[in-house]
Write a protein of this length. Structure first.
Length: 206
């Protein structure tokens, strides 16, 4: 089985590439979606979130995302400490969930599994993948995308970007880079090209 990592910066279009690969027939797991499911359903995680951030952090459906974002994204040491605490609570559970999923897919004979994760390099997971795809886009395009979808300010987007590894470093570490600063058709072509190359590579296990 080939195990692929998909990563990039905020607003680069990781989810768009993951969606194209899923439509192509790849099995794809998204860390953000896994984290949301865990925060919505795991009683222990919900208890730890309440203890760390107060009762307003939770809703019946899951987590109060705007409230949580206001606590963990910002320039102060308090913001950084709260972000570290959030990662400490959620990331190990996401990793465990993905490891279990990978084992299931391997047992089922799935040929390719991809994990989309914004913090793949930041938490030193790259060695666990056969190949890593980095999705990139011009900085101003990324900022505009996040402002539009999250109804937030450019300054807030910049603060969130500052919490992640610089894109230049991610590009340098990647096995493949997909540019997503143009049209959807261009993105589809670039994604298809990378997918075709990976599909014809021999399985690392054989």
């Amino acid at each position: 089985m080939k195990l692929i990592g998909i990563t990039g910066g905020i607003g680069t279009g990781k989810s768009a590439v993951a969606g194209l690969l899923k439509a192509r027939g790849w099995t794809v797991y998204a860390s953000d979606e896994t984290a949301k499911q865990i925060m919505a359903s795991d009683p222990e995680v919900r208890s730890e979130l309440t203890e760390a951030f107060g009762p307003d952090v939770l809703t019946e459906q899951g987590v109060n995302a705007p409230f949580l974002a206001s606590l963990v994204f910002g320039p102060t040491e308090e913001h950084h400490a709260r972000l570290a605490r959030l990662n400490q609570i959620v990331h190990p559970r996401v990793l465990d969930a993905h490891m279990e999923a990978i084992e299931r897919e391997h047992a089922a004979g799935t040929s390719i599994v991809a994990i989309e994760s914004a913090l793949l390099y930041e938490v030193d997971l790259e060695e666990g993948f056969d190949w890593v795809i980095v999705v990139d886009a011009p900085h101003d395009v990324c900022v505009a995308r996040v402002m539009e979808r999250s109804n937030t300010t450019a300054a807030e987007v910049e603060r969130r970007m500052a919490e992640q590894l610089a894109m230049e470093e991610k590009r340098g570490l990647a096995d493949f880079v997909i540019e997503n600063g143009s049209t959807l058709s261009d993105l589809e072509r670039a994604t298809s090209m990378v997918a075709t190359i990976i599909e014809v590579f021999p399985d690392p296990e054989h």
